[in-house]
Design a protein around this ligand. Structure first.
Ligand SMILES: Cc1cc2nc3c(=O)[nH]c(=O)nc-3n(C[C@H](O)[C@H](O)[C@H](O)COP(=O)(O)OP(=O)(O)OC[C@H]3O[C@@H](n4cnc5c(N)ncnc54)[C@H](O)[C@@H]3O)c2cc1C
Length: 493
């Protein structure tokens, strides 16, 4: 049974909080409800779409979906934009079936484009989804001010459609870590983990716009060109098919071996989740319905609900999520104290980017990121910590870690990415550890620790330039099991 829309999922960004039909006046555009889409690029299983469709039907006006395209977004490259635009093309096709108009604009900045669209289309309400990043905050604040100034005025209603428990309901403050957020989410989980009401077909009548010119949209982008990641099909249908494959083959081993980079045990769902093509609430509902692999389901929900919603909590309550000002006091002080420590190795951004360090494991992870658009979750931690170890400063490590993650990873430029890098480099959601050079009290990870956890050789051998680059940089490569080392391996940090 689907549940009605829980009003706690929404908040008003405008002073205006009233949705009402205006008195008809000559020359005024016919009224509509506008869904200004950004994060949650899907039709069904989307609380923002549910709310917008509901308001449109309540007031007997058409629903129009408006997507204002940012010509660039942080360090996102053409690779992620390709995936995003292909997902939006699928949204447009699905909306057409429901007689809902889809408009994509790339001619003016979103902050101006949304109010202009709302005015031109007689919006009685604008509904939007929620992504707690600075660019969206400032854009939405500007949109809200313009909507309040319209003769009307028009409310801007923000719906948290990405989290099971809306971020503002889960907690009223920045949480220390998963252990403090988990019980808060736990209390509200039953209330919010409900089935979605379907978004129905709209009544016939309002004409649909011509189809989007996707090549013009691509041409408007101002981003670094990176080849598309192989083997990924965008869109909700492809994402859900991938998820069913995970449930059938890998979920059973997820709890036990997801931290082993040689095991293909993770879901690989993050690109679809990042671009809102699949909502995690759908995954949590479907995983629970399986009625098997209980430990795997529990671990998967811990990652996708508690850890992911913790990332949103961090960015929502901390605008400095991507720099040292956002670190906890102990971590910032400790990193500042050790910022001038001598580094045994330092690399340029270009050397990092090409995977040309003395560490074959690091190189392999970087080559996987560049070639495949992904990196195993365990390797991501090691990878980012080594960037801290081999750069001139913690600030530089944060900047380069985020740049490489967001340029190449198919799930980059989102709260999870900011928090993943922040956890590794500035101890976010972690505690202080034994003090050491460069890292201060930030948790340290090393090659020997990886070796104890999993077999390094098979992983490295999947990316042959990793070993070659390592040799060239003066390091020694891991040996295949059974092969005897000719001389003692050089110590790796
Ligand atoms: C340095 C670093 C950078 C990272 N960058 C990103 C990023 O750009 N985008 C991103 O989505 N995740 C990022 N993560 C978190 C995590 O590594 C990925 O979410 C996960 O590896 C994605 O693979 P998956 O979908 O197969 O995950 P699964 O293990 O199958 O998990 C299912 C879902 O849960 C969520 N999830 C899993 N682990 C975490 C976590 N630790 N924190 C928050 N959410 C999690 C993701 O949405 C994921 O799709 C980063 C972690 C680190 C340490």
């Amino acid at each position: 049974m689907s549940a009605p829309f829980d009003l706690a999922r929404q908040r008003f960004l405008t002073r205006c909080t009233v949705v009402s039909l205006p008195k008809p006046s000559p020359g005024a555009p016919p009224p509509s409800v506008v869904y200004y889409m950004h994060r949650d690029c899907r039709v069904q299983d989307n609380w923002a779409m549910v709310r917008a469709s509901q308001l449109a039907r309540e007031h007997s006006v058409p629903l129009k979906v408006f997507y204002p395209l940012f010509p660039s977004f942080g360090n996102m490259s053409s690779r992620q934009y390709s995936f995003q635009l292909a997902g939006l093309a699928a949204v447009e096709a699905e909306l057409r079936e429901l007689r809902v108009a889809f408009h994509l604009d790339h001619s003016s900045p979103p902050a101006a484009a949304v109010p202009a669209f709302a005015a031109a289309h007689g919006a009685i309400a604008v509904v939007t989804d929620h992504l707690p990043l600075r660019l969206l905050r400032s854009t939405n604040a500007a949109v809200a001010a313009e909507l309040d100034a319209l003769p009307g005025p028009v409310p801007l209603i923000q719906v948290d459609a990405a989290n099971v428990v809306p971020v503002w309901e889960a907690s009223g403050k920045r949480e220390v870590g998963a252990r403090t957020l988990r019980p808060k989410i736990g209390k509200l989980y039953g209330r919010f983990l409900t089935q979605f009401p379907p978004v129905p077909k709209m009544p016939a009548g309002s004409p649909l716009p011509p189809p989007t010119d996707w090549s013009a949209a691509r041409a408007a982008l101002k981003v670094a060109q990176v080849p598309d990641a192989p083997g990924l099909t965008a869109g909700t249908a492809a994402g859900m098919a991938h998820f069913r494959g995970f449930c059938e083959t890998r979920l059973k081993k997820y709890a036990a071996v997801r931290n082993d980079p040689n095991e293909d045990a993770q879901s690989g769902m993050s690109p679809w989740v990042r671009f809102g093509q699949v909502g995690f609430q759908r995954l949590a509902l479907d995983a629970r319905k399986l009625g098997k692999h209980g430990e795997g389901v529990a671990a998967f929900i811990e990652e996708g609900v508690v850890r992911r919603e913790l990332s949103d909590n961090f960015c929502f309550y901390n605008e400095e999520y991507d720099n040292l000002k956002g670190a906890a006091g102990w971590a910032r002080e400790s990193l500042e104290l050790h910022n001038k420590d001598k580094r045994e190795y330092t690399y340029t951004l270009a050397q990092f980017e090409k995977g040309e360090t003395h560490d074959d494991l690091w190189n392999a992870a970087q080559l996987q990121l560049v070639g495949e658009g992904r990196m195993h979750g365990f390797m991501r931690m090691y990878w980012a910590k080594k960037i801290l170890e081999w750069t001139e400063s913690a600030e530089q490590a944060l900047e380069w870690g985020l740049l490489l993650n967001d340029k190449y990873a198919m799930d980059g430029s989102c709260p999870n990415g900011y928090v993943g890098v922040a956890w590794s480099v500035m101890g976010t959601h972690d505690m202080g550890w034994k003090e050491r050079d460069v890292f201060g009290k930030i948790r340290f990870m090393n090659y020997a620790g990886c070796k104890r956890k999993f077999q390094i050789e098979p992983f490295v051998s999947r990316y042959p330039p990793a070993a070659e680059n390592c040799r060239k940089a003066g390091g020694e490569v891991a040996l295949a099991p059974g092969v005897k080392a000719g001389k003692k391996k050089q110590k790796k940090a």
